[in-house]
Design a protein around this ligand. Structure first.
Ligand code: CP
Length: 304
């Protein structure tokens, strides 16, 4: 039995196979319509979500399976003090696979240790968000044609943004990557990430100006300032609109640069960017369904 806690749980070769499968699903949906008939996915979400929970549920329904679960810790027995370990033992009696989001870092890992079914980390605190990373990698691979030799700018809340941490880890395994971290001082990328890049001899820069670096980018990965991870509301209010990507700023971007965002967005991308063909964040959300379908099939060891 296999779980997914971290994007690095899959080798680069395994990811290639997963993305090939996701692309085949995209092009041949009817072929997969009954692949999970009789199987159940549990979504255990102790934190709010739109995309991750609903795309997991859509993925399982597209595969002909069923879904059950909760979308709020207060509507589960966590509100009465039940531990994650006990909850997953119970869920293992009811479902074949579980996607879990939790505000505490490491909670899905604790669940996996006691689980009788595959557990997928659907986001744990400010730590990791591996299925968002699979979504991001599939989007880049499909729309750019490759995952190596790219300059990727990550902009916004690089301190608390778990999608950023997972994505850098995953991209650091490909040849010829260069990272540009664009953030205010208070939201800089954590040291453990820059240490990892130094150890692997991967070039990176830390800058404050988005406009200055935009002409160099193949990918611009925008992020939301993570209100829910701030201890102090004043700091959040001061930093929340530090970066706003708008039509005017997009003039600095190369013609083939892609703008990704894990969403939800607040103000960091103006709606006037949405019609720009380089803005692919809504397509990215669609790729999230295909890659989660491929992941469910892989973890349940179902061949079609
Ligand atoms: N990208 C993402 O994780 O979105 P949700 O919080 O809506 O699931």
């Amino acid at each position: 039995m296999r779980h997914l806690m971290n994007p690095l749980d899959f080798s680069v070769e395994e990811l290639d196979r997963l993305f090939d499968l996701a692309n085949d699903i995209e092009n041949n949906m009817p072929k997969y319509a009954h692949a999970c008939a009789g199987k159940k996915l549990a979504t255990c979400f102790y934190e709010p979500s739109t995309r991750t929970r609903l795309s997991f549920e859509a993925a399982m329904l597209n595969l002909g399976g069923s879904v059950l679960g909760f979308s709020d810790a207060n509507s589960s027995s966590a509100a009465k003090g039940e531990s994650v370990s006990d909850t997953i033992r119970i869920i293992s009696c009811y479902a074949d696979i579980c996607a879990m989001r939790h505000p505490k870092e490491g909670a899905p890992m604790v669940a996996a240790e006691k689980s009788g079914i595959p557990v997928i980390n659907a986001g744990d605190g400010g730590h990791q968000h591996p299925t968002q990373t699979l979504t991001d990698l599939l989007t880049i691979r499909t729309l750019r044609g490759h995952l190596d030799h790219l300059t990727i700018g990550l902009c916004g809340d690089l301190k608390f943004g778990r999608t950023v941490h997972s994505l850098i880890n995953a991209l650091s395994r490909y040849e010829g990557m260069r990272f540009i971290f664009i953030s205010p001082d208070e939201l800089r990328i954590p040291d453990y990430i820059t240490e990892m890049l130094k150890e692997k001899d991967i070039p990176y820069e830390e800058v404050i100006s988005l406009e200055e670096k935009m002409p160099e980018l193949d990918i611009l990965y925008m992020t939301r300032v993570q209100k829910e991870r701030f201890f102090n509301e004043e700091d959040y209010i001061r930093l929340k609109d530090f970066y706003i990507l708008d039509k005017k700023k997009m003039r600095w971007a190369p013609a083939d640069m892609l703008v990704l965002h894990p969403l939800p967005r607040v103000n960091e991308i103006s709606v006037d960017v949405d019609d720009d063909p380089r803005a692919v964040y809504f397509k990215q959300a669609q790729y999230g369904v295909y890659v989660r379908m491929a992941l469910i099939l892989t973890l349940l060891n179902i061949q079609v």
